[in-house]
Write a protein of this length. Structure first.
Length: 431
């Protein structure tokens, strides 16, 4: 078999012959390029396992192809593999054992059933299952779990984007979610000792940049929202009638076209603003978990688990003045009934109130962001804000760090004062 200096130029010059040929590299022993009569090319590495020597039979493994690895990357991978062989590893034997292992689909299904279904909320389970069934399995499902490479993961990422090319952001967000899901599966598999510790082919894959929209209400906008809420529960919010509809002639007079929204719907919106709670935390809140004497809500099952919510005087007043109908604080259609269920949504009152306030495209969740931004902007400290919001991970609260200007302002002031004093001293010496 020929020996050449493998390079990009040499690779371009190699042509297939009528039988398989291996071109060995002149600089790294055992590393080479196998060229098939069909034109298919693959990087290979030959080595003698164990103590080595001519008494030990050579073994050969495939490293990749010119499509997945450049000559430099393939040589580097071969060099790392030889280093492991020197330490006693046998890559060919390991791969043989791995090929007998479970597929990605099998491990993913096991992860969903044993881990996610048992330890995560139903909504989280549904989101993970969607990513597994719609995006991971179609591309990687039949691949042996322990043999998935970064190039395989990149292929899945590209597949998702191609499939969503003309929709929204081109599927980039969903691609990121699928990668996060697959990475979680590999993390769990390591804990279960299904794969070697540290093996995660998702780690090196670059995620798409997401433009997260986080809207914070200004003081003026909060005032507009407050006025609309007051109108909603008193005189009612005006509505329009489509004059082209046949029933338009039976509609109320223009001066009477107003919709009054119940105290519970309005109270829910106010509570979001004054507590920073998530949507489900308020809608599922039960009176038995409200301690007005101590000013605390005890949420038994929030997104991040059991947590207390400290009430401000304003939130306390909202709850104190709210009628108690049934077991849920925000009474729903079945309030007071034997099989009472929490209110499912606030879509209608929310759309009416925000439209009246001139706050188009404002999301209910933006009230949570507003609550946090006011605290951060007032220099109240991110750890405290994180506790108020129930963030399990401090990095989640860090998104508001840019609003916390007080610490930087204090330091800038300190530096400025120091320089001013120094300049004053200098002026005194030269005058």
């Amino acid at each position: 078999m020929p020996t050449i200096k493998i390079s990009r130029k040499a690779l371009a010059d190699i042509m297939p012959s009528d039988k398989p040929v291996i071109y060995y590299d002149a600089t790294l022993k055992g590393f080479g390029l196998k060229v098939m009569p069909t034109g298919a090319k693959s990087w290979i590495l030959e080595y003698r396992p164990g103590a080595g020597g001519r008494g030990v039979s050579k073994k050969r493994i495939k490293i990749g192809t010119p499509v997945s690895h450049s000559p430099e990357a393939a040589r580097e991978e071969a060099s790392r593999t030889l280093a492991r062989v020197t330490l006693g590893s046998d890559p060919a034997a390991s791969r043989s054992d791995e090929r007998k292992g479970q597929t990605v689909a099998e491990v993913a299904d096991n992860w969903l059933a044993v881990h996610v279904l048992v330890k995560r909320k139903p909504k989280t389970y549904d989101e993970y299952k969607l990513a597994v069934e719609r995006y991971i399995k179609p591309v990687l499902g039949s691949t042996k779990f322990a043999l998935v490479s970064p190039s395989d993961v990149s292929r899945m990422q590209a597949h998702i984007v191609r499939g969503k090319a003309n929709k929204g952001n081109g599927g980039r967000t969903m691609a990121n979610r699928a990668l996060a899901t697959l990475s979680s599966i590999y993390g769990w598999a390591q804990d279960q000792e299904l794969i070697a510790d540290g093996f995660n082919p998702v780690k090196r894959i670059e995620r798409f940049k997401e433009n997260q929209i986080e809207r914070f209400l200004t003081s003026e906008e909060i005032g507009s929202l407050a006025a609309a809420l007051s109108e909603a529960e008193t005189t009612g919010i005006p509505y329009d009638v489509d004059g082209t509809k046949t029933k338009a002639k039976h509609a109320a007079k223009p001066e009477n076209r107003r919709t009054i929204y119940g105290e519970h719907a309005v109270a829910a919106i106010r509570l979001y603003l004054f507590t920073g709670c998530r949507r489900s935390e308020i809608l599922n809140l039960m009176w038995k978990d409200v301690d007005l004497e101590r000013g605390i809500l005890f949420l038994p099952d929030s997104k991040t688990g059991k947590k207390p919510v400290i009430l401000s005087a304003q939130a306390h007043a909202i709850l104190s003045n709210l009628s108690r109908v049934g077991k849920y604080v925000i009474a729903g259609a079945s309030a007071g009934e034997k099989d009472e269920k929490p209110r499912s949504d606030l879509d209608r009152p929310w759309k009416a109130v925000t439209a009246r306030a001139g706050l188009d495209k404002l999301r209910l969740h933006d009230l949570r962001h507003t609550y946090a931004s006011i605290g951060a902007g007032g220099g109240q400290g991110l750890p405290i804000i994180g506790k108020l919001l129930g963030h399990k991970n401090m990095t989640t609260t860090q998104r508001y760090a840019h609003l916390d200007t007080d610490p930087m302002r204090r330091v800038a002031g300190f530096i400025g004062d120091h320089i001013t004093r120094a300049m004053g001293d200098a002026d005194g010496k030269t005058s």
